[in-house]
Design a protein around this ligand. Structure first.
Ligand code: MRU
Length: 352
């Protein structure tokens, strides 16, 4: 059965249902999110995570904040939309899909206001917009999966880092979408999943969802990736992204840069799979991407067990940037950007 990572439950008023990802794989529980603050908390705690899923959660978060505002004036609904969006924007800094979705919601409210809609009409339009973001993400994942599957040969083993699968989107994933589509086409494809320190998205989430889907998956710790490449076990790397600069530099989960360097050293193709909503055309290069730093306890005391001395200094960046020169191609819903450059990225964005 397909995974329902996130969905809107009910009509208006309604609420959000999501898989509580912090509990996987030990417990499969649904989290009901009913307020904007609960949504901010769910995004920050990584109950919902992965760039496209964060975008969908943000759009639905706006609905939670404005769904009872139908009797307010059109100006008040737009004002409230802006306030709710500003609150949700504080949840996490790196995945640009969060800001992309919020900007889209605010822009829709403003458009409706200028075309003379009532407060209630604006609320209705925002529901349509959020559902369109959700449906768009599902279509986009499928399209990227079909494009990416053409690059995968029968019998290949692919390495992935973090979780860029169904749990990271409203659809079949980004980096894992080509693998699902290749398997649907009857190709034999196996996956090596990096465990992904410190929060183990690879071990807890990627291994879980691939096993559930019947895909051959082998779990390794992050520091084994170079070794398995050296041993000739890996045909290609597929990863997702949280933000891509105009020059094709790709930000993704911490550790991705090391994987890219290893792949480059071993002559292994390194593909990024990401929708256009993950591109940030306002940034010239990856140096400008804000990198989230998370709590020290995620390293010293992850999952409740102390593994480092109390009081030790910790540096915990959650993401890194892979320079475009290490990237074989970026698979988007409008096609493959081979050996990305600023010109090629701009051309892809213009096709949107
Ligand atoms: O901290 P997370 O779990 O939100 O990080 C997720 C990733 O780094 C994913 O690889 C990225 O968002 C792409 S998801 C389709």
């Amino acid at each position: 059965m397909a995974l329902e990572t996130i969905r809107w439950e009910g009509e208006r008023p309604g609420h959000v249902r999501m898989i509580e990802q912090t509990l996987l794989p030990a417990r499969e529980e649904v989290l009901e999110v009913k307020t904007v603050d609960q949504m901010v908390d769910a995004i920050y705690r990584l109950a919902i995570r992965g760039a496209p899923a964060i975008g969908v959660a943000a759009a639905y978060g706006v609905l939670l904040g404005i769904q009872d505002a139908g009797s307010a004036s059109a100006e008040d609904v737009v004002g409230r939309t802006r306030e709710v969006a500003a609150t949700l924007a504080k949840a996490r800094p790196t995945a640009v899909n969060l800001f992309w979705a919020l900007d889209r919601m605010v822009a829709r409210a403003e458009r409706e206001l200028s075309s003379g809609a009532s407060g209630d009409g604006i609320v209705a339009a925002l529901f349509a917009e959020a559902h369109a973001i959700y449906a768009g993400d599902r279509d986009t994942c499928r399209r990227m999966g079909e494009i990416g599957a053409d690059l995968i040969q029968d019998g290949w083993t692919v390495l992935t880092h973090c979780n860029a699968g169904a749990l990271a989107t409203a659809g079949i994933g980004t980096a894992l979408a080509p693998i699902y589509c290749a398997a649907e086409q009857g190709k034999r494809v196996a996956v090596f999943a990096d465990e992904t320190r410190p929060l183990l998205q690879g071990a807890r989430l990627t291994a879980w969802e691939l096993m559930r889907a019947g895909i051959d998956v082998t779990l390794i710790t992050d520091n084994m990736a170079a070794r398995v490449m050296f041993e000739g076990r890996i045909d290609a790397v597929f990863v997702g992204s949280d933000r891509i600069a105009r020059n094709g530099d790709v930000c993704n989960k911490i550790g991705t840069y090391g994987v890219a360097l290893s792949a480059h050293a071993h002559g292994i193709p390194f593909y990024v799979v990401a929708p256009l909503s993950t591109f940030d055309p306002s940034l010239d290069s990856g140096d400008q991407i804000p990198i989230e730093e998370r709590a020290a306890e995620e390293i010293t005391c992850s999952f409740g067990t102390r593994t480092a001395p109390e009081g030790v200094k910790v540096y915990n960046p959650a993401f890194d940037v892979t320079p475009a020169r290490l990237i074989t191609g970026i698979i988007t819903e409008v096609g493959l950007i081979e050996q990305p450059t600023m010109e090629k990225v701009e051309a892809a964005l213009a096709r949107a």
